[in-house]
Design a protein around this ligand. Structure first.
Ligand code: ASP
Ligand code: MG
Length: 421
């Protein structure tokens, strides 16, 4: 049994869906769980919708219409037969969404975010499952919210391993006796009260890894628009190199620092059961890609990870006390409470600096609490550059025309928080 994951770019329009279907047909008869993300940039649009809804802005209706038009345009290109059940099923999702956003918000922002944003994956999987079924690629549409159980940390659902594993055994695996292919949603889960949670942005890779772990799959394949794991993001760097093989250790370090090719949480479940992960191109499905597996092989290729939209906070106790264990534990408790992940940190006698993703909703809530006890200075619009297997020339080159605000190095890794000048 294998788990495949197709991300948003691989299903961004009708042609892309046809391409996915071509790939899947090569694996007909092999037991496969297909995990799919929302189409194209749907999650960003739904995120904007969730914000508009929560803040009572009329723009919410317009955003909903945009999401609807985008999906129906794809459906009309894929399904000539207007009687296909997909039309009604997708229409129903939108009717329900409209009802929901007509009501006043009744819970936290994160709660409503998850109920709205999760529909991107529901829509994409319905469309893809129906398309495959009407094109000689029989499959079963599975609602993953009944299998992957999480707590109610909305936007960052913590997976209940024991319960989810039991549900995979009792409800998911038996389905595969009659259906060799299941099509299901990445990124989302369900709570014991039947609410929907999300697992954190770009979390579909993590879903694929979890399902592989619970079902003891032989392998996971993540189909991407790049040839495999590259030493740098081609969005920011020219002349990137593909890495053919990576150990779990190197892979987890690269993704932790923000290599966006795979979600950082993906590696642990796979490493724990020694399941290999293949990263391959959906544009060139014959090519080998990268394999991430157990092994001594150390990656020595210099890799760059560039994160934009960072904020550098400098936190100082108001009473001029030292940044020591007591203050640090207070600060970390607040970071953890607000689910803000630290990308880099540094301390001096009376100041603690941290670089984090600038997610406005989370950061504003965090700052509000921090301000009660600390003086907080910050720099917005900063970038975090991480270089693995660095050398001095590379550091000089990458910091050209930049103001470096903070710099840190270990044996393998060099990090710089910087700003354009
Ligand atoms: N659609 C979700 C996102 O864009 C999950 C994913 O793509 O993995 O964050
Ligand atoms: Mg996505």
């Amino acid at each position: 049994m294998q788990v495949f994951k197709f991300g948003g770019a691989s299903v961004k329009d009708a042609q892309a869906v046809e391409n996915v279907s071509k790939i899947l047909k090569k694996y007909l008869g092999q037991k496969t769980i297909v995990v799919v993300s929302a189409m194209g940039k749907t999650t960003n649009l739904l995120e904007a919708l969730a914000k508009a809804y929560f803040h009572g802005q009329e723009q919410k209706f317009d955003l909903l219409q945009q999401v609807k038009n985008y999906h129906f345009q794809i459906i009309e290109q894929l399904f000539r037969d207007k009687q296909n059940a997909v039309y009604d099923e997708v229409e129903n999702v939108f009717v329900e969404m409209l009802w929901n956003i007509e009501e006043e918000p009744s819970g936290s922002f994160s709660f409503h975010y998850d109920q709205i944003v999760s529909l991107g994956e529901v829509l994409s999987t319905k469309i893809i499952s129906h398309y495959l079924n009407s094109n000689q690629c029989a499959n079963y549409w599975l609602d993953i919210r009944g299998i992957l159980q999480t707590d109610n940390t909305y936007r960052e659902g913590k997976v209940d391993y024991a319960l989810s594993e039991a549900l995979v055994n009792s409800d998911l695996l038996p389905l595969m006796q009659n259906h060799s292919m299941l099509v299901t949603q990445g990124f989302i889960g369900g709570t014991s009260e039947n609410y929907t949670t999300t697992l954190g942005r770009e979390g579909s890779d993590y879903t694929a890894a979890l399902l592989a772990y619970f079902a003891n799959a032989e392998k996971v394949v993540i189909w991407k628009d790049v040839p495999g794991v590259l030493n740098a993001d081609p969005k920011y760097f020219k002349n990137t190199k593909k890495i053919d093989e990576l150990g779990y250790h190197d892979a987890i370090e690269l993704t932790y620092f923000g290599a966006s090719v795979i979600h950082p949480k993906t590696i642990k479940p796979l490493q724990n059961k020694n399941i290999p992960l293949y990263v391959r191109s959906f544009l060139k499905p014959e090519d080998e890609g990268t394999v991430i597996k157990d092994g001594e092989k150390r990656n020595t290729v210099t890799s760059f990870i560039f994160k934009t939209n960072q904020i550098l906070l400098s936190i100082q106790p108001k009473d001029f006390s030292f940044i020591a264990e007591d203050n640090l534990s207070l600060i970390f408790a607040l970071f953890s409470k607000h689910n803000v992940r630290v990308n880099m940190m540094h301390n001096s006698a009376i100041s603690f600096s941290v670089c984090v993703d600038h997610d406005e909703e989370k950061i504003n809530a965090l700052l509000e609490e921090l301000h009660q006890q600390f003086k907080v200075l910050y720099n917005t619009d900063v970038q975090l550059m991480t270089i693995r297997n660095y050398n001095p020339e590379i550091i000089t080159k990458l910091s050209e025309n930049k103001l470096v605000l903070l710099e840190q190095r270990s044996r393998n890794t060099h990090q710089m928080v910087m700003k354009d000048v």
